[in-house]
Design a protein around this ligand. Structure first.
Ligand code: TYM
Length: 330
């Protein structure tokens, strides 16, 4: 089984990224040949500061290790270190529909907010499809917000396979049963995101314990007082999901334990569980982040492995598409 996923080095990672991303990466690295990519090329699709991109790439790499990836065993690398990604993106744009790209929710949301919309933002899902297809991934651990992009990657793979030749594995999304979409603590209708959502509603992986506790204490809850998952209780449902992510208990177990406790007590308990989850991660992170030499060594190791894995697929893409290869006459 081949596993691939990517995460953007934009903004500070959140508890949402932990739920749909980090913890799933760690779980799936046990299932087979796993590759995880810091998608720095994706980070330039919205306005950004070059100095920030530089430090955030190392921050995110440290966080991937701190949450449990083993870079000696699993391939963990930066996208820009492997030029196959940029190449695959261009080649696949021949089978990516303009209309379909324009219908992507994230493009419409992010593009709609800005005066200047980079063409890179429009092409973003093609680059993402290339990321996945280059590694012939069977499963792609992601959160719910990436579902549409994953469907597009599947369409692109199928279109390429039928137009040029069966060279790509058609990937499947791998979503957590609970916590595929963690919502803002201040607005249960909005996704908890690295950028865009309110700071008070967003729990960051590196937030200090007292800041985390405060965010949970002031979390918006619904009318009523029973701790129970329900469609008309998005605030409390979100907190139950977070509690489940932090402790490993199922939502049903949590409802049984806190059903009559009242919202105030439950909010404090969730805050404490999240602090207990994140504290050891934060400690490991601080230690890892302080040794840039070691981070760069491990990134180079990951890049070598990723280049070796992706190169044969890229070569087959060029060949099936009819390109004359430089070595053809040699
Ligand atoms: P990114 O960097 O926005 O997010 C990384 C992962 O975190 C998940 N996630 C969430 N899960 C649950 N609740 C939330 N509130 C939440 N917020 C974020 C995301 O679903 C994602 O799995 N386009 C991708 C990066 C990418 C990629 C790829 C992913 C590029 N190429 C190839 C998979 C395969 C993105 O922006 O993720």
């Amino acid at each position: 089984m081949r596993i691939f996923s990517g995460i953007k080095p934009t903004g500070d990672s959140t508890l949402g990224n932990y739920s749909g991303g980090f913890r799933q990466y760690v779980a799936t690295q046990e299932l087979g040949d796993a590759t995880f990519c810091i998608v720095d090329l994706h980070a330039i699709t919205v306005p950004y500061d070059p100095a920030d991109l530089h430090s955030r790439t190392l921050d995110l790499f440290s966080m991937l290790i701190a949450t449990g990836l083993d870079p000696e065993r699993t391939t963990v690398f930066a996208q820009s270190h492997v030029t196959a990604h940029a190449e695959a993106s261009w080649l696949l744009s021949a089978v990516a529909g303009y209309g379909q790209l324009g219908r992507m929710t994230q493009f419409k949301e992010k593009g709609g907010e800005q005066e200047f919309v980079a063409s890179a933002l429009f092409n973003y899902p093609v680059l993402m499809a290339g990321d996945i297809l280059l590694y012939q991934a069977d499963i792609v651990p992601i959160g719910d917000d990436q579902r549409q992009h994953l469907e597009l990657a599947r369409d692109i793979a199928e279109r390429f396979n039928s137009r040029f030749g069966e060279i790509f594995t058609v990937p499947n999304g791998f979503y957590p049963e609970v916590g595929a979409r963690i919502m803002s603590l201040q607005d249960p209708a909005a996704k908890m995101g690295k950028t865009g959502s309110s700071e008070q509603g967003t729990v960051r992986m590196l937030d200090a314990p007292d800041a985390i506790l405060k965010k949970f204490k002031t979390a918006v809850t619904d009318s009523g007082r029973e701790v129970r998952k329900a469609d008309d209780k998005p605030g409390i449902s979100n907190l139950i999901d977070i509690m489940s992510v932090a402790t490993g208990s199922t939502p049903a177990q949590i409802e049984a334990e806190y059903g009559d406790a009242g919202y105030g007590t439950f909010k404090v308990a969730v805050g404490e569980a999240v602090v207990a989850l994140l504290e050891p991660i934060r400690e490991r992170y601080v230690e890892l982040r302080s040794d840039e030499g070691e981070l760069l060594r491990l990134l180079a190791l990951g890049a070598d492995k990723a280049r070796a894995t992706s190169a044969p697929t890229l070569e087959r893409m060029y060949e099936t598409m009819g390109f004359v290869r430089a070595r053809d006459g040699a």
